[in-house]
Write a protein that binds this ligand. Sequence first.
Ligand code: ZN
Length: 183
Amino acid sequence: MNVADLLNASSAGTQVEGGIDPDMQSDLLATLEREDPRMAALCRLFAQRQAQAAQTLQTQQAVDGADQTECEHDLLELQDRHDRLRRSARALRSALTDQQDRLEICAAALGACLACWGERTDCPHCAGRGRGGWQPPDPALYARLVAPAARRLASRDAALVAAPAFNSDPDRAGRGSAAAPLD
Ligand SMILES: [Zn+2]
């Protein structure tokens, strides 16, 4: 088989992925060595470059595959972290709203400033005057939230007034006030 026959055979479908069939290539080179050594040298160089290119491509594909896998893993991790943060933020927002609602209810029950409870002189609502009693308390909220505490305080004061002898001894008075029931 001469060079022309070998070239025809290779173009007729005997190529393998990445280049000419190795057996065919070997035959081609052997024939060229006999008929045209300079062409054979060129073909060997071409085959060498082709093999190097194929190896480089294979290595790059492996690196790209590993990079892609790592990126996908990082992306999943970030998405998971984002979801957890979003759930935490939602829970915190809900808890904050609940606390704000309770504070506003307490302020209304005491007639205090909803914004600062009288603790900020630069408050646009009360200018620092908004402590309890600043506004008329909400009667229903006062009855539900404040009156029971006021009654209990009054009851304790009445008990202390009713037992002056007991309270004349500082030691007993101290123990008594700590242990005495308030209602
Ligand atoms: Zn205020």
